[in-house]
Ligand binder design. Structure first.
Ligand code: SME
Length: 223
């Protein structure tokens, strides 16, 4: 376990004898905001049983090859997706491979119009793995929604892109957008951008869960 910037990252594996064709265990990356380190043990005690219950309820195998999504609403879909993303990324250190799978998983589960990454390279964000129509390849610091998320180190929720000063229209079909910075040790290393063809598609639920996904992915940038 490593503690970074007030967050505890730990990986827990559970034996799942009842799930056929698995290698005997499922692993989860668990991220918890800790106001102080004293509650770490307490947090583990509260969370491990819940993860174990979830893992035991799984009726599928080979999670790394297929994303399962049965949730009926956005929150349920994200909650189902998170451990699968953690499982997909576990053991793979290549950041491009991991960004590609995260973009594909999000596209599969939510059918987003455009979902993908821009990676910080020098003074620009450069297009990285994505799903959707072709996109602008380079974005400057502080430019557009992506460059603003980079500069401010904060998620940008844009209900109407036409009302966001400086929005960069890679596609005129994009109407609303959310951009979440991928932060490693306090530094923005990439951004996760999701676009919709509909106005006002994203809310705090997207912000919350997409942030968790970027926190899992950020670990890949250390490799
Ligand atoms: N709209 C983004 C540019 C990236 S594309 O939407 C894929 C922006 O304003 O930064």
């Amino acid at each position: 376990m490593a503690i970074m910037a007030g967050k505890a990252y730990f990986i827990k594996s559970f034996p799942i004898g009842s799930v056929p064709k698995t290698k005997g265990e499922l692993s989860f990356v668990i991220l918890i905001n800790l106001p102080f380190t004293g509650i770490y043990e307490f947090a583990k005690l509260r969370i491990y049983p819940k993860i174990y219950t979830f893992a035991s309820s799984l009726k599928y195998s080979e999670m790394a090859e297929e994303i399962i999504s049965k949730g009926e609403n956005k929150k349920e879909k994200y909650e189902e997706l998170l451990p699968q993303i953690a499982s997909l990324l576990e053991g793979e250190t290549d950041v491009v491979a991991n960004m590609a799978n995260v973009a594909a998983a999000l596209k599969q589960v939510f059918g987003f119009f455009w979902v993908g990454f821009y990676v910080v390279k020098g003074d620009k964000l450069v297009l990285a793995p994505f799903q959707g129509p072709i996109a602008c390849t380079r974005i400057g610091y502080g430019k557009g929604v992506c460059g603003t998320a980079w500069k401010e180190k904060k998620t940008q929720l844009v209900p109407d892109v036409d009302k966001f000063p400086g929005h960069i229209a890679c596609s005129s079909d994009s109407k609303s957008e959310i951009v979440v910075p991928v932060i490693l040790n306090g530094t923005v290393v990439a951004v996760l951008d999701v676009d919709s063809e509909l106005l006002d598609s994203f809310d705090d639920t997207d912000a919350r869960y997409l942030t968790m996904i970027t926190e899992i992915l950020a670990i890949s940038f250390t490799a």
